[in-house]
Design a protein around this ligand. Structure first.
Ligand SMILES: [Zn+2]
Length: 491
C-alpha cells in the first residue's frame, strides 16, 4: 500500500498588509521527505495519520513529500504557491504508482494571483494521479470550500472543535482512508455553500450557536451510513471569489442521504445567523479599567482586532496606548511585534534606558506608534519551543522592556509563541506575578488557562476586527449576510 503524504497550511487575512513567503513557513518547520516521518509524530493532522497508519495490520508504505505550515498572515506570494505546486507535482510523478494521497491542507489560503490555493493544489495533484485515486484531505474548519476543492478531493474533513485538535482530525480522516483502501467504505460527498460570514466572537464550539451547529454534525455522524459531517464557518477575513460558509457531508455511497444532510446542516446554520452575530466586545478604555479593578488576576485582554492567529501583524498599539494613558498600577504583560525596538534594545544592552516608538509600523491604518521611555530588562536571541500538537515554534529575537508596571516583550517576528507564556518565562518573568496579559488572539487562550481568572474581549480595531462591515469587501459573492439583506436562502 503506497500512500503519498504532504501538508501545506496557511490561513490568509485578505486585509493584512503582509505577504507570506517560504521564510514564514521555515519558522514553523519546513520539512521534506523522510524528515517528515520523524518530526511530525504527534503533531498536526499528519501526526494523527501516522498514529493510525502504525496500527494497521499490514504496514503501509508512507511516502512523505512536503510539510509546510505557517499559521495566519497575508496572501502567499505567487512564487511560494508555485514552489508548493511544483514540488507536489514533481514528487507525485516520481512516486507513482500510488494507492492514495493524504493531504493536510488549511482551506483558507489565498495567494497574490490565486483566490483558491487549495483548489489549485488539489487540481494539480489530481492532474498527476488521475480521476480515480483517493485524494484524502483534512482541512481547518475555518476553510473556504470551493468547487475545485470538492471536484478534486475524495474527502474534505475538518476539525471538530475550536480551539482545534489537529491530531484528532488526522486520526479521524486516516481511519476513513484505511477503511476506503480496505474496501470497507465508499465516501460520497455532498456540500452546500451558505451565504454567510460572521465575526469570531461566537467561534468557540464549546458554547452558543457554534456548539449547536457542531453538535448537530456529531449527531448526524451517529446516523447509519454517515461517515463524516464537517461544518465550515469560514474565517471572517478572507475576501475571495467563492468566499462564505459551507458544510461538507460524507456518506458511505449514499448520494441522496449526503445531499439531505448537507441541506439540513446548512439550514441549521442559516437559522442561527443572528446568534452568530451576537458579540460581547468591550471598548478599550472600559476593558483596561475592568481589568485593573478585578479582584485578582490573571485577566486576559483579548486584542481581537490584532489577532496574530487570524493574520494580523501583531503590532497594534491600541491597548498599549490605553494602558499607558490610565497609568496601570499592576503588572501587565504585553507582546508587540517591532523589529526596530528589538534592535534598539539589543544594541543598548540590558539595564540601559531607551526611547523608542513602539508598534504601529506594519499596520499603520488601524494604530499608530506609541513613544515610550523604557528600561531594557532582558534580551534574548530566541529559543525554539516544541509545542504539543503544533511542532517546532521559533521565538526569534526578543527584548523585555519595563515601562512602569508594564512588561512588554518586543519581538522581531509574528511567532506563534506570541500568545504563549514561554514568551515571558524565557525572559525570567513569573506569570503568577502578573495581573493582566494582552493576548493577540480572539480564541486561543488555552496556553494561559492555568492562570486565567477572567477574559475581556476588547473591541480593538485592526485587520482581524469583529466589525466586518467596516472592511472594503471586493471579491466575496454578493449578496452575503449580513453585508447585504438576504431575503431568502434555500440550501
Ligand atoms: Zn481555524
Amino acid at each position: 500500500m503506497r500512500i503519498a503524504i504532504a501538508e501545506v497550511g496557511q490561513e490568509t487575512d485578505s486585509f493584512s498588509p503582509l505577504t507570506t513567503d517560504l521564510r514564514d513557513f521555515e519558522g514553523f518547520g519546513l520539512f521534506f521527505g523522510e524528515e517528515i516521518l520523524q518530526r511530525m509524530r504527534g503533531v498536526g493532522p499528519l501526526g494523527g495519520m501516522l498514529e493510525v497508519a502504525s496500527e494497521q495490520p499490514t504496514a503501509p508504505t508512507l511516502l512523505p513529500i512536503l510539510r509546510a505550515w505557517a499559521g495566519a498572515g497575508g496572501a502567499l506570494t505567487a512564487a511560494t504557491l508555485e514552489f508548493f505546486r511544483d514540488r507536489l507535482v514533481s514528487d507525485l510523478k516520481r512516486l507513482l504508482p500510488l494507492d492514495a494521497v493524504f493531504l493536510a491542507l488549511h482551506g483558507a489560503a489565498a495567494a497574490e494571483l490565486e483566490d483558491d490555493v487549495e483548489g489549485e493544489l488539489l487540481s494539480a495533484v489530481r492532474g498527476v494521479v488521475g480521476p480515480d485515486l483517493p485524494v484524502i484531505v483534512t482541512l481547518d474548519h475555518h476553510a473556504n470550500i470551493t468547487r475545485r476543492m470538492v471536484q478534486h478531493a475524495t474527502t474534505l474533513i475538518g476539525h471538530e472543535t475550536q480551539p482545534h485538535d489537529p491530531v484528532d482530525t488526522g486520526r479521524k480522516t486516516a481511519r476513513v482512508m484505511f477503511n476506503l483502501l480496505a474496501g470497507r467504505c465508499r465516501p460520497t460527498m455532498a456540500w452546500r455553500k451558505i451565504p454567510l460570514i460572521t465575526p469570531q466572537d461566537q467561534f468557540l464550539t464549546s458554547q452558543g450557536p457554534m456548539k449547536e451547529w457542531f453538535d448537530l454534525a456529531r449527531e448526524m455522524e451517529r446516523r447509519p451510513g454517515v461517515i463524516d459531517v464537517s461544518p465550515y464557518p469560514m474565517q471572517p477575513w478572507l475576501d475571495v471569489q467563492e468566499g462564505g460558509w459551507a458544510v461538507v457531508v460524507h456518506t458511505d455511497g449514499d448520494r441522496k442521504l449526503a445531499e439531505e444532510l448537507a441541506k439540513e446542516s446548512a439550514a441549521k446554520a442559516w437559522s442561527l445567523r443572528e446568534k452568530f452575530w451576537e458579540s460581547a466586545r468591550t471598548p478599550v478604555a472600559d476593558a483596561v479599567r475592568q481589568a485593573v479593578a478585578a479582584e485578582s488576576g490573571l485577566i486576559i485582554l483579548s486584542d481581537t482586532g490584532d489577532s496574530v492567529y487570524g493574520g494580523s501583524p501583531g503590532d497594534s498599539t491600541c491597548i498599549l496606548r490605553e494602558l499607558l494613558r490610565q497609568n496601570v498600577p499592576c503588572r501587565t504583560l504585553v507582546p508587540m511585534v517591532d523589529v526596530a525596538a528589538v534592535e534598539a534594545a539589543h544594541s543598548a544592552g540590558v539595564g540601559a534606558r531607551i526611547q523608542v516608538s513602539l508598534g504601529g509600523r506594519v499596520d499603520h491604518v488601524f494604530s499608530q506608534p506609541v513613544p515610550v521611555d523604557a528600561r531594557v530588562a532582558g534580551i534574548s536571541n530566541g529559543v525554539t519551543l516544541e509545542l504539543p500538537d503544533r511542532g517546532p515554534c521559533d521565538l526569534g529575537r526578543a527584548a523585555l522592556l519595563e515601562i512602569g508596571a508594564i512588561r512588554l516583550v518586543a519581538l522581531d517576528s509574528r511567532t506563534f509563541a506570541i500568545n504563549h507564556p514561554s514568551l515571558y518565562m524565557h525572559l525570567g518573568l513569573d506569570i503568577n506575578d502578573a495581573k493582566i496579559v494582552v493576548l493577540k488572539t480572539a480564541s486561543n487562550f488555552q496556553f494561559f488557562s492555568r492562570w486565567r481568572k477572567g477574559l475581556i474581549r476588547v473591541d480593538s480595531p485592526g485587520t482581524t476586527q469583529s466589525d466586518l462591515t467596516a472592511f472594503d469587501w471586493k471579491r466575496v459573492p454578493r449578496p452575503i449576510y449580513p453585508l447585504d439583506p438576504v431575503s431568502q436562502y434555500h440550501p
